[in-house]
Design a protein around this ligand. Structure first.
Ligand SMILES: [Zn+2]
Length: 152
């Protein structure tokens, strides 16, 4: 696997641990020494998603991915970071340990992860997922984000 930091180096696995559902691998870049963690699925348990209107669907990682890609369109986030992000999100969904996960919870996980990566993508995502009723509520969310960042 390629290094997520320098994008050049190959990585070696320095630690590997698995629980029932995922293998967690600690990797180190052979070029720059950067360390990161990946999660690999052993087998995705049959998770189903409960939609807001009560309908139940099979979990479809393609849907999450397309939502994320739409939010990240033209943003300076590379493919490797997106792959890791999706793995990360799936991992958290699995870790909930639920057979049926409300779509709202999935949305929370995705938006929380996106917020850490890219503010614009986060706002785009929540504008769809929270389906803001007005421009005002969208603006207030954006404002919250700005004040959070300036406090840092
Ligand atoms: Zn590297």
């Amino acid at each position: 696997m390629r290094c997520t930091e320098c994008k050049k180096g190959d990585t070696k696995v320095i630690d590997s641990r698995d629980d029932e559902k995922t293998i967690r691998r600690r990797r180190e870049c052979l070029t720059c020494g950067y360390r990161f963690t990946t999660y690999e699925k052993i087998e995705l348990p049959a998770i189903r998603i409960e939609k807001r209107d009560g309908r139940i669907e099979n979990y479809d990682c393609g849907k999450i991915k397309s939502g994320i890609l739409r939010s990240l369109e033209k943003r300076p986030v590379d493919e490797i970071a997106i792959c890791n992000l999706i793995d990360d999100i799936e991992h958290e969904i699995i870790m909930l340990g639920k057979k049926v996960v409300p779509s709202v919870e999935v949305g929370e996980i995705v938006s929380e992860k996106l917020r850490k990566i890219d503010d614009v993508a986060y706002l785009r995502f929540i504008s769809v997922y929270k389906s803001f009723s007005s421009a005002k509520s969208f603006a207030s969310e954006a404002k919250k984000l700005v004040s959070k960042n300036t406090r840092k």
